[in-house]
Every structure is written in structure tokens, then in C-alpha cells.
Design a protein around this ligand. Structure first.
Ligand code: AMP
Length: 290
């Protein structure tokens, strides 16, 4: 990778993934391909971001298929290192963002997860030295934590967040969807249903009370007997600090388990009169000019 990188000229874009690629990943790759001279995709199931009781061993892996898909997208280099190359024996260079951005939500339910993410992303950034790196809004907290890490470490990378790609019925694409049985796949539709309910409350009914939104979402999810809620949060769009009043752009963030599969998703909530976040404005512009 180092030799390949040394020979690259112009703007280098990196798309970090854990493989088992789907259209969500490919949307990041396509944006990178459109904006960068060279595109690197990393495929690395990062042991450091899985808890001891989590699905590291079972996580779906299919490098041959991933390589075919990435070749068809015109990717220049796929970096798929063995774990010991990222974590040599005696590795002790953890990169961690501290404070409320990492202690809540995923940070509270998956101890060590976000530290595993920032550590591997920092390491990939130092190896690949991209000018731009592409992440999905699907993992909203991860995206914000990576942005903070880049600031704190002073890394010369522009972090780009892109919208969640969904199945036609609204379920966010995820490598973990492969775990769902047909019955669980049907039950998982409670996730997009909950997001749509929150959006309707804020954007059509003018509800501002965050507790009322959380309660309505919780009630909806409780009607699905296969779903177990980890958290439902209404939080500021950038800070992810919990809101009591939705008087600015916000996110509804959800994490739940359906059977043994953990699903996370989120939706932007923009109350009438509030300035939409820059990311959304840019998206609307893009659609208008397309
Ligand atoms: P993962 O392979 O799950 O670690 O994801 C790699 C990157 O793809 C992360 O930046 C994710 O946020 C992003 N991603 C995953 N699922 C989606 C999706 N449905 N839409 C857009 N981006 C996604």
C-alpha cells in the first residue's frame, strides 16, 4: 500500500469499509471516483471495534465478490490487510475521542467500539494519506467522531458524509441484514417506520417536544414483538447532545436488536423555520442542478 501510495499523484480518496459490500458502500465509492484522481477502498473487518460478545467471527466476508464489485467501479487500489499488519504484536497506539460525543448512544451500548473505529481510521489515514475520506450518515455518530478525531489529531483529510442508501421498502442497507431470517427481515421494517413517524411528527405536525417524539416512537416499536430497543434518542444534528425541544435540525437515532441482529439507523428532523444543515442544503442543490 505504501509503495502504491507513493506512486499516486493528484487527489486521493479513501473509502474505509469492512467489506461484504452493498449499494451503500458503492455510493461512497462512486462519489470518491467522481471527485478524486485515485480511489483506495479498504476492506478490513476491524477486530478492535467488536466487543468480546459481538459478531466479529460471524461477520460476513466475501473478498472475491468485493474485488469484483470494486473493479467494476474503477477503484485503483483495494487495501485488504491482514489484522497483524494493522495491529502488530505489542500494538499500543490507541486513538480516542473523549467526552459526551463518544460516551453516549453507541458509546454507551458498545464499550470500546468507537475507540476501535477511531484507532483503525487514524491508522488507515496515516498509511493511505488520502485528501478525502468518505463515510455514510447511516453511522451518524461514527461520522461525527471521525470528524472530531481528524480535528484533534490535526490530520490533513476532508471527511465527507453521504446519505443512507435504503432498500425499496426503506430498510437501510447493511452487511448485517444478511443475518435476518425472512420473518425478522419483515419485523425490521419497524425501523424505517419509526423514522418516518418521527419525521412526520416534526415536519408535518409541528411537534417540538422531544419526549413526546421518543414516546411515540417507543410505542410503535413495542408493537413489534421481535424488536428489543437499545436506545431511541432525539439529539442535535452536529453535537448529538440530547434535546428536550426540537427547535433546530436534529437526528432521531435508533438502535435495536431483532433476534440476534443489531440494527442502527437515523433520520434528520428539520423543524419548520430552522435552517437545514449544510449537508442537506448541498444535497438539495445537487438534485436541483442534476
Ligand atoms: P461498514 O462496512 O459497515 O463499516 O461501512 C463502511 C462505510 O459505509 C461506513 O462509512 C458506513 O457508514 C457506510 N455505510 C454503511 N451502510 C450504508 C448505507 N446503507 N448507506 C450509506 N452508507 C453506508
Amino acid at each position: 500500500m505504501a509503495a502504491e501510495r507513493a506512486a499516486m499523484q493528484g487527489r486521493v480518496g479513501l473509502v474505509p469499509t469492512m467489506g461484504s459490500l452493498h449499494e451503500g458502500h458503492l455510493s461512497l465509492v462512486r462519489r470518491a471516483r467522481a471527485e478524486c484522481d485515485r480511489v483506495v477502498v479498504s476492506v478490513f473487518v476491524n477486530p478492535a471495534q467488536f466487543g468480546p460478545q459481538e459478531d466479529f467471527a460471524a461477520y460476513p466476508r466475501d473478498l472475491d465478490r468485493d474485488l469484483r464489485l470494486l473493479e467494476a467501479e474503477g477503484v485503483d487500489v483495494v487495501f485488504a490487510p491482514p489484522p497483524e499488519e494493522i495491529y502488530p504484536p505489542g500494538f499500543d497506539e490507541w486513538v480516542e475521542v473523549s467526552g459526551p460525543l463518544t460516551s453516549t448512544l453507541e458509546g454507551a451500548f458498545r464499550p470500546g467500539h468507537l475507540r476501535g473505529v477511531t484507532t483503525v481510521v487514524a491508522r488507515l489515514f496515516r498509511i493511505v494519506r488520502p485528501q478525502r475520506a468518505y463515510f455514510g450518515e447511516k453511522d451518524a455518530q461514527q461520522l461525527r467522531v471521525v470528524r472530531r478525531m481528524v480535528e484533534e489529531q490535526g490530520l490533513p483529510v476532508e471527511v465527507i458524509g453521504l446519505p443512507t442508501v435504503r432498500e425499496p421498502d426503506g430498510l437501510a442497507m447493511s452487511s448485517r441484514n444478511a443475518y435476518l431470517s425472512p420473518e425478522e427481515r419483515q419485523a425490521a421494517l419497524v425501523v424505517p417506520g419509526a423514522l418516518a413517524l418521527a419525521r412526520r411528527m416534526v415536519e408535518e405536525e409541528g411537534v417540538r417536544d422531544a419526549a413526546a417524539i421518543r414516546c411515540a416512537v417507543e410505542e410503535l416499536i413495542r408493537n413489534e414483538p421481535r424488536a428489543r430497543i437499545d436506545y431511541i434518542a432525539v439529539a442535535g444534528y452536529e453535537t448529538l447532545a440530547e434535546l428536550t425541544v426540537v427547535d433546530r435540525p436534529a437526528l432521531l437515532l435508533l438502535a435495536m436488536r431483532i433476534g440476534a441482529t443489531r440494527l442502527i439507523d437515523n433520520a434528520m428532523l428539520v423543524p419548520a423555520g430552522a435552517e437545514p444543515p449544510a449537508a442537506l442544503r448541498e444535497r438539495t442543490e445537487r438534485r436541483r442542478t442534476a
